[in-house]
Design a binder for this molecule. Sequence first.
Ligand SMILES: C[S@@+](CC[C@H](N)C(=O)[O-])C[C@H]1O[C@@H](n2cnc3c(N)ncnc32)[C@H](O)[C@@H]1O
Length: 234
Amino acid sequence: MGKDKIRRFRENETFSNLFQASFREVYQRDYPLKGSWNKNVFGNDNPIVLELGCGKGEYTVALARLNKSVNYIGVDVKGARLWRGAKTALEEKMENVAFIRTRIELIESFFAPSEVSQIWITFPDPQPRKENKRLTSPRFLNRYLSFLAPGAVIHLKTDSRELHDYTKEVVEAREDMTLLEADPDIYANTGRPANDPVLTVRTFYENQFLEQGKPITYLRFSTGNPATAKQEGC
Ligand SMILES: C[S@@+](CC[C@H](N)C(=O)[O-])C[C@H]1O[C@@H](n2cnc3c(N)ncnc32)[C@H](O)[C@@H]1O
């Protein structure tokens, strides 16, 4: 392991906004903060928004700067990447940001029913050959449902047209989720307001894909039955 990585891992241990648990501590067991993130970490009753596979936490930090009355938690398994986001949030004294280092397969151990209001998934690995590893496969969506509040929204931003189309199909086939928006190229859609976070926040990976000339796609869907959502005008 490189010296820089070791230094980051050591520093991660000292960060008050970074929570880490070993596989054994959370496999089929609840993390001690499950159900009490607001009370014991943020000290308020604001909505909690997750970014799954947050990498360096650029989206988490950028959204947290834009919305101070929302609590953001970035989740990733890679400690050296999380180090960047956690460090920036501490340097800027951001009280509405935290990070969790874990495998997303174990996410249900961290959050109680209805504890989370929104999820952002930005540029996940498209996993063309392993459907079960896609963060928007039915297996993962079922995990998220265990802690999402009624009407919670999930955002997916990806350069992979295959993952975009796949997720759209998965959501449309479900009776417990409702597709709200499918945009195959966010930069071609002139109807978006300039301050829309879909446009204004760009991660490391998004910038790379834009340089390669790839269209950036976006999906927004919510928990809840499509028929009910239509009646309620969602
Ligand atoms: C392609 S990167 C995108 C990072 C960031 N969202 C961005 O746009 O710059 C995908 C990230 O997801 C994380 N990831 C993928 N599968 C994961 C899993 N099952 N559990 C935790 N993290 C995962 C990887 O470690 C990586 O940092």
